[in-house]
Design a protein around this ligand. Structure first.
Ligand SMILES: CC(C)(COP(=O)(O)OP(=O)(O)OC[C@H]1O[C@@H](n2cnc3c(N)ncnc32)[C@H](O)[C@@H]1OP(=O)(O)O)[C@@H](O)C(=O)NCCC(=O)NCCS
Length: 167
């Protein structure tokens, strides 16, 4: 596919701003986040990767150094249990080329090979056609709908789950 995944770096603030502070990119995620929070968010993500508590990967077309998007795995408490969650974004000029699907599949294969993360959940908005398409075509199972809180906003989502060992 001519793509690679690399860990997030401190220099990725501009890419975060383009992904998380843009009304179109964030239309299905409750709207844009404030730019001033991005340096802290990048630093926290770099620290989480260093500590091994999250995988935050940037999608980079081979030989370019340009960030096309991101895919991340992290865990959190839900109803007293710890669950693993995956999320992804691809910038507009790189969309529609299979990048997100490739990145999601690749990081799940890495999770399987490292025996990390266990069952993986995804919560795309119910109206997010592209992300629900990715879940379906990568092989997630649809468990139902769920309201989830993302960046302090409550979103109506589809609840998908996959066992990376069955990829
Ligand atoms: C969602 C997003 C990551 C998709 O990235 P992408 O690289 O364009 O997606 P891909 O090209 O890998 O497409 C993956 C699948 O979704 C389908 N798809 C893509 N866009 C679609 C659309 N608008 N409507 C329906 N299906 C769509 C593709 O056909 C493909 O399915 P296939 O393998 O069966 O052909 C990207 O549009 C994005 O970042 N949007 C804004 C942020 C966001 O919503 N993030 C996700 C939060 S859960």
């Amino acid at each position: 596919m001519g793509l690679l995944l690399r860990d997030v770096q401190l220099g990725d603030v501009d890419a975060y701003v383009r992904m998380r502070c843009d009304p179109v990119m964030m239309a299905e995620l409750g709207g844009p986040l404030p730019r001033e929070g991005m340096p802290t968010k990048v630093r926290q993500d770099v620290e989480s990767v260093a500590a091994g508590t999250a995988w935050v990967k940037m999608i980079v077309p081979d030989g370019t150094g340009t960030v096309a998007g991101t895919v991340a795995l992290w865990s959190h408490e839900e109803d007293g249990a710890t669950i693993s969650e995956i999320g992804w974004m691809v910038l507009p000029e790189h969309q529609g080329r299979g990048y997100a699907k490739w990145a999601v599949r690749t990081v799940l294969e890495q999770a399987r090979d490292a025996d990390a993360w266990g069952l993986v959940h995804a919560f795309p908005g119910v109206t997010n056609a592209a992300s629900n398409g990715i879940c379906r075509s990568v092989g997630f199972t649809l468990l139902g709908e769920r309201y989830v809180t993302f960046a302090d906003r409550v979103l109506r989502t589809n609840h998908w789950m996959i066992d990376p060992r069955k990829l």
